[in-house]
Design a protein around this ligand. Structure first.
Ligand code: PLP
Length: 232
């Protein structure tokens, strides 16, 4: 199966998931997760209309940014080290993976230098997996309030990476939990917080995430096929 057929399938399944819960198709954006994939694959997806791409490594994002059309919206979805923030603040459309005040402060510093405002999501480790980054459920709201004080950052919502499971239904409770935290934060009416995006759902569970309120799903394998990681 090629990228075109895969994209058609993912979009059709997204539409069906939206229909099943009376949501408009336009409420859910598809981010094509292109990490490890060659430029040719991204160019192909671009021809079929993809404008949102997700990457998890700074160097790879920058290289692809330089090589591809400038109307692409780049999403940083992987763990971000503070010393690499400076390379991407003026290139990314949205950073999904902000999980500490220290990282946010670094983003603030670099954004101020370049005179840009950076849109971010706060990553929450809803399932509490030890191997994962992200704020705890308990600290999420405090972290959002702290980051909201930084003038060159706009908090746009929340993100989570659910556990790897064979039955996507097992993740429903985590998506529902993230939505609940999101609604709780909206009710707190914090200045400079714009809760608009819930980034949740990947190839294995995006339909469940949509029925629990996802506004963007991050799909890699479902579009580009399996990733091959080479050990250097
Ligand atoms: C790799 C990755 C994805 C995409 O995963 P697939 O299972 O290939 O769809 C989504 N989100 C994050 C944060 C990722 O690192």
């Amino acid at each position: 199966m090629g990228i075109r057929e895969n994209l058609d399938t993912v979009k059709r399944r997204m539409e069906e998931a939206c229909k099943s819960c009376q949501r408009e198709t336009s409420e859910v954006k598809l981010i094509a997760v292109s990490k490890t994939k060659p430029l040719a694959d991204l160019e192909e997806a671009y021809t079929y209309g993809c404008r949102d791409f997700g990457e998890n490594k700074v160097q790879e994002l920058v290289d692809k940014y330089e090589a591809l059309p400038k109307d692409i919206r780049w999403h940083m979805i992987g763990h971000l080290q503070r010393n690499k923030v400076k390379y991407i603040v003026d290139k990314v459309f949205l950073i999904h993976s902000v999980d500490s005040l220290r990282l946010a402060q670094e983003i603030e510093k670099e954004a101020a230098k370049k005179n840009v405002t950076v849109n971010i999501l706060v990553e929450v480790n809803v399932a509490g997996e030890e191997s994962k980054f992200g704020s705890t459920v308990e600290e999420a709201c405090i972290l959002v309030s702290g980051i909201a004080r930084l003038p060159h950052i706009r908090v746009k919502g929340l993100m989570t990476i659910a556990p790897y499971v064979t039955d996507a239904e097992e993740n429903r409770r985590y998506f529902a939990k993230l939505k609940q935290i999101y609604v709780d934060i909206i009710h707190k009416n914090i200045d400079n917080v714009f809760m608009e995006e819930l980034s949740m759902g990947m190839t294995g569970d995006y339909e469940v995430a949509i029925t629990e309120g996802a506004t963007c799903v991050r799909v890699g394998t479902g579009i580009f096929g399996e990733r091959k990681y080479t050990v250097i």
